[in-house]
Design a protein. Sequence first.
Length: 230
Amino acid sequence: MESLIRVVIHDPAVTTKQRPGDRGRRRGQFLLRELIAEFRVGRLAANLSQADIGHAIGLSNSEISRIENGQLGSVGFVVVAQLLSTVGLELAARAYPIGGGVRDRGQLPLLGRLRHRVGDAFAWRNEVPVPIAGDLRAWDAALFGNDLRIGIEAEARLRDIQSVDRRVMLKLRDSGWDRAILLVSATRSNRLVLREHGEALTANYPIPQRQALKALHAGADPGGNCLIVL
């Protein structure tokens, strides 16, 4: 049976203070080194030569040597998957929102509008990680107070409502928190999307916006998850 490597390795050298492009480059370089190291261990354990691997995937043994020694500046994602497969490993990758990206330019004003409406009734924190070791997901913001923990997912531009809803519900489940707020920017395009497909959200976000904002401003439990358009 093939083993499974999931690309969820944490790189302590990567910080949110870096520009998104720089952070992504360093993250990619770190993951590449880790995966190539896994491949080399697997190759040696299987008693395979570099020539054996190269023959299997159409590369020369010198190219395999350069890859293992980190002498190639970049190795394609498909090539990495091929290398791992030759030693009985399967590459599985997922992308996790971590905040600090270019998309935040639209989110920050949106979050600011909600923070203004909530006031000082709750403690407010931005970019709060899902409390599971090794999980790279994070809430865009969160409210804490009166024994409540409320996660906030901000969407400056809605595209796939089902995907957004699924992401929020999984974060809420895995965080073990009390409530979730799906916060959407009040643009014309977003309102059109909500008008056409918003009924699908009613079951998971049953609390009306006006009721939710009134409760949050008073520091009270809104009574359920809510969709807020600001």
